[in-house]
Design a protein around this ligand. Structure first.
Ligand code: DHB
Ligand code: FE
Length: 278
C-alpha cells in the first residue's frame, strides 16, 4: 500500500530557480534564504519519498488560455522544463509515474473530481522551483513526480473548500494503490504577492502568518476564505496559496509542524515554507 508520509508547502518564485541555475545562491541577497532551506533539504534527504505529487499552477507555459482545465494530472513518462522566455531550465527531466498517475485519475474521477488527463506536457517554475528548493542540483531527481496542475490564473478559480476536498480524495486514492510507496505531497505558490496593476509589490506578512497557523490547525477556516478576500488581503497572485489546501487535505485532522519559516521578500513574494506530518 502507498502512504502519504508528509505535506510540504512552498512558494515557487521563479527567481529562486534562476539563482540556483546561475550559481547565485551564496550572494548577499539569496544566502539568507538558502540557509533557511537547509533543514528542509536535510529532512527530505532523511525521509526519501519515492514519489512527490506536486500541486502547482502552470503560468501559461504548458497550457495557454485556449483551453483552461481546473484540475489536471500529468500521466507522462517524463516532463521537460518549459521555456519561459530564457530557454528551458538546465535541470534534469522530471520523471513521472504513469501507473500511479492513471490510478489517481481513475480514483479521483470515480470520486467525482473531473480531472483532465494530460499525456504530453512540459513543467514550469511552479513545479521545478520547489524541486530545486528541496533537492538543489542533482544529476537526476531522486524521486518520481506527479504534476497536479490547478488553474489559479484565470477566473473562475476553484474554491478553497474544493481544493481541501480534492486533497482528501487524493489521500484515499494513494492509500488504495497496490504498491508500497512513500508519497509526499507538495502545495506550491503564494504567499502574498501581486505582480501587476496599481498594487504591484503588495505583501501582507501578517495575513501570511495567520494563513500558516490556520493551515495547520484549522484548515476549514482557510478553505472558507473567499476569492475577494484572497485578492484584497494577499494580492492578485496570492491566491496561489489555495493550492496548499490540496496538500493539507491529504493529511489527517491533526498534524505536526516539522519545519516552518517565512522570508520577506524573495523577488516580489513573501516566501513561505511549511512541512507537515500526520
Ligand atoms: C513571482 C512569484 C510567483 O509565484 C510567480 O509565479 C512569478 C513571480 C515573484 O515573486 O517574482
Ligand atoms: Fe506563481
Amino acid at each position: 500500500m502507498a502512504k502519504i508520509i508528509a505535506g510540504v508547502g512552498t512558494s515557487h518564485v521563479p527567481a529562486i530557480g534562476a539563482a540556483v541555475d546561475n550559481g547565485k545562491t551564496g550572494n548577499d541577497y539569496w544566502a539568507p534564504l538558502f540557509q533557511k532551506f537547509e533543514p528542509a533539504r536535510a529532512w527530505i534527504d532523511e525521509v526519501k519519498p519515492d514519489v512527490c505529487i506536486i500541486v502547482y499552477n502552470d503560468h501559461a507555459h504548458a497550457f495557454d488560455l485556449s483551453s483552461i482545465s481546473t484540475f489536471s494530472i500529468g500521466t507522462c513518462e517524463s516532463f521537460k522544463s518549459s521555456d519561459e522566455g530564457y530557454g528551458p531550465r538546465p535541470i534534469p527531466d522530471v520523471v513521472g509515474d504513469p501507473r500511479l498517475a492513471w490510478h489517481l485519475c481513475e480514483s479521483l474521477i470515480m470520486d467525482e473530481f473531473d480531472i483532465t488527463i494530460v499525456n504530453d506536457m512540459t513543467v514550469d517554475h511552479g513545479l521545478t522551483v520547489p524541486l530545486s528548493i528541496m533537492y538543489d542540483q542533482p544529476e537526476a531527481w531522486p524521486c518520481k513526480v506527479i504534476p497536479l496542475a490547478v488553474n489559479v490564473v484565470q477566473y473562475p478559480q476553484p474554491k478553497g473548500t474544493r481544493c481541501l476536498a480534492l486533497g482528501k480524495a487524493l489521500r484515499k486514492a494513494v492509500e488504495a494503490y497496490d504498491q508500497d510507496l512513500k508519497v509526499a505531497i507538495f502545495g506550491t505558490g503564494g504567499l502574498s504577492h501581486q505582480l501587476q496593476g496599481p498594487r504591484a509589490g503588495l505583501i501582507n506578512a501578517e495575513y501570511d502568518e495567520k494563513f500558516l497557523n490556520d493551515l495547520a490547525t484549522d484548515p476549514q477556516a482557510v478553505a472558507e476564505i473567499t476569492h475577494t478576500e484572497w485578492l484584497r488581503e494577499s494580492g492578485s497572485e496570492g491566491i496561489e496559496a489555495v493550492m496548499w489546501l490540496v496538500m493539507r487535505g491529504a493529511l489527517g485532522d491533526k498534524v505536526d509542524e516539522v519545519y516552518r519559516f517565512t522570508h520577506c521578500a524573495a523577488s516580489n513574494t513573501n516566501y513561505g515554507m511549511t512541512i507537515l506530518t500526520d
